[in-house]
Design a binder for this molecule. Structure first.
Ligand code: ZN
Length: 182
């Protein structure tokens, strides 16, 4: 059974929290991506953010290239139960690792604020006809205002981290939000 249908205001509040965590990650020297995991009642059961630029700690995996926001969420939850009732909200379309982890766990729904036209894998989940990827419902960019906010937040990182063709895809997808990025 998929998670309960959630209204736009619910999406908005959880995506705002993911964006808040993304800004927290940026302030801490990591990549600006945040995520929250929400149960069937709409309660946040875990928060996570990118920690690639930070030291390892007893509570969090850090100092690793794979210390992405979604992995931070999944590590903090530990054993994921009733995954089909859970919704993962992220500030940015998950990468192949994090989208793959979500599908592997059978998370009922993944919602992201902003597309990542180079590094994102959420579209692969949405389009896949592989039977192991059928349990995860995908909701891209349900809130245009937060989509733009997320694009502005991540654009400098996209320019820095992605190859030229990756940045070109970002320019094409988000022309206004990438126009002033140096
Ligand atoms: Zn990832």
């Amino acid at each position: 059974m998929p998670p309960a249908r959630l209204d736009p205001a619910t999406h908005r509040s959880h995506l705002q929290e993911a964006l808040r965590l993304a800004r927290e990650a940026q302030a801490a020297g990591s990549s600006p991506v945040g995520a929250v995991l929400v149960d069937a009642r709409g309660e946040v059961i875990a928060r996570g953010r990118n920690r690639v630029g930070e030291a390892q700690s007893p509570e969090h995996v850090g100092a690793a290239s794979v210390a992405h926001a979604e992995m931070d969420v999944f590590f903090s939850v530990g054993k994921v139960r009733d995954a089909e009732h859970l919704t993962l909200y992220t500030s940015l379309e998950p990468c192949l690792m994090c989208g793959g982890a979500s599908a592997l766990l059978g998370v009922g729904r993944v919602v992201w604020a902003t597309d990542d036209p180079w590094g994102g894998s959420g579209r692969l989940l949405a389009w896949s006809d592989h039977p192991a990827m059928q349990d995860t419902d995908v909701v891209p960019c349900p809130d245009p205002e937060l989509e733009r906010e997320g694009a502005r937040l991540f654009a400098p990182e996209a320019r820095r981290a992605f190859p030229e063709e990756g940045w070109a895809l970002w320019r094409e997808r988000y022309p206004a939000e990438t126009a002033d990025v140096k």
